[in-house]
Design a protein around this ligand. Structure first.
Ligand code: GN1
Ligand code: MG
Length: 354
């Protein structure tokens, strides 16, 4: 990631409708895609400044339209609202030679977790994801643009993997040979359990645990962040992405695959949290949830492997084989989810109401 200087960031800020003050900037290095800075005054965090990765998010205008549309609905007593700070031009972002920039409000006293062992955190994560969906349940999905087409589409990700494999160096293919074999096997298995007839709804599409803000002072989830992928999708995408980061107590790029867990207590707490909302799911959607838990870690693993084979051109990596490590740990979780398929099916059918 490129580090921007204080003066550069100050210059960027002057394009937004903010009072002129002595702001401090602190880089937030979490995330594989955008560049993010925390803006503070006297060590009090007030805003989030982000440079949007234009290689990945091609059409910033429609991304911001999707986010703006959703944010209008995403407010409730138990759901904190994020605000977009407009540019002096009135737009929701600015375009400079250094890239596309936007500013959002910072939710005070908030914290995120990469992993958890705490059932209350798992339950709150379920509650807030359910609430997000409930608040957006009546949205007309045709009003939203699919900003990254086929983002969670297995066919597309398979084709991209095969294309990367065809071009990869012998050395990389040798290092990843076991994982490549496993990929073919898992692809087959997933094609056999694909659900049908699931309705589209507006999804977050990146509901990993560290995209949920929690209160620092109360055991409470506040809202979802990282809203760039808000677009039509299936509820089992959001369910599976959350489960892979909540029910597995090891980090996403854990090198030791024996540390990958499928913790049933955390799973049940998460589902209980979803069920604490007014029912919003259809029967077909509930039935598709175990598939989502197998699919999402596999898809992310496949994308990481593809990027490894391509020479790490998509995700920011901190070491050469990080994408391969991520792939292996994500595949390990996907297989654990497969072993728990019937268990999950029983639980969700019992715990979630239509
Ligand atoms: C990317 O940058 P970050 O961490 O928000 C990716 C997600 C993955 C995630 C981690 C647009 O998101 O799909 O879940 O890495 N976002 C995009 O695997 O590709
Ligand atoms: Mg993201």
């Amino acid at each position: 990631m490129r580090i921007h200087s204080h003066d550069e960031l100050k210059g960027i800020l002057s394009n937004f409708s903010l009072p002129e003050k002595e702001y401090q900037f602190q880089q937030i290095a979490v995330g594989y895609i955008n560049d993010t800075y925390l803006i503070s005054i006297d060590a009090r965090p007030l805003f989030i400044l982000q440079r949007i990765n234009h290689d990945i998010f091609k059409n910033v205008e429609v991304i911001m339209m999707n986010i703006n549309r959703a944010l209008k609905q995403l407010r409730a007593v138990d759901y904190k609202q994020i605000k977009i700070i407009p540019a002096t031009s009135g737009k929701t972002y600015i375009s400079l030679p250094s890239g596309y920039w936007r500013i959002m409000s910072y939710i005070p006293n908030s914290i995120t977790f990469n992993t958890t062992n705490d059932t209350q955190i798992a339950e709150q994560a379920g509650r807030i994801i359910g609430k997000f969906h409930l608040l957006l349940a009546t949205e007309d999905s045709s009003k939203y643009v699919e900003t990254i087409p086929k983002f969670h589409n297995l066919e597309l990700r398979k084709m991209q993997f095969l294309a990367a494999l065809a071009k990869a160096s012998d050395e990389k293919k040798e290092i990843a040979s076991e994982t490549i074999k496993l990929t073919h096997k898992l692809l087959h298995q997933l094609e056999d359990i694909r659900p049908s007839k699931v309705p589209l709804r507006i999804c977050h599409n990146d509901t990993k645990l560290n995209n949920i803000l929690f209160s620092k002072t109360k055991m409470e989830a506040l809202c979802l962040i990282d809203l760039d992928t808000i677009m039509p999708g299936y509820f089992h995408f959001d369910f599976g992405d959350a489960v892979r980061t909540i029910v597995n107590t090891a980090p996403e790029d854990e090198k030791n695959c024996t540390k990958i867990t499928f913790d049933k207590t955390l799973f049940e707490s998460f589902v209980k949290g979803i069920a604490s909302n007014q029912p919003f799911l259809r029967k077909e959607e509930i039935k598709a949830l175990p598939y989502g838990v197998v699919l999402m870690p596999f898809l992310h693993g496949l994308r990481a492997l593809t990027d490894y084979l391509n020479g790490n051109i998509y995700y920011k990596v901190s070491y050469e084989n990080q994408n391969l490590d991520r792939c292996q740990s994500l595949f390990a979780f996907s297989m654990k989810a497969q072993n728990n398929f019937d268990y999950m099916k029983n639980k969700v059918l019992n715990m979630l109401k239509e």
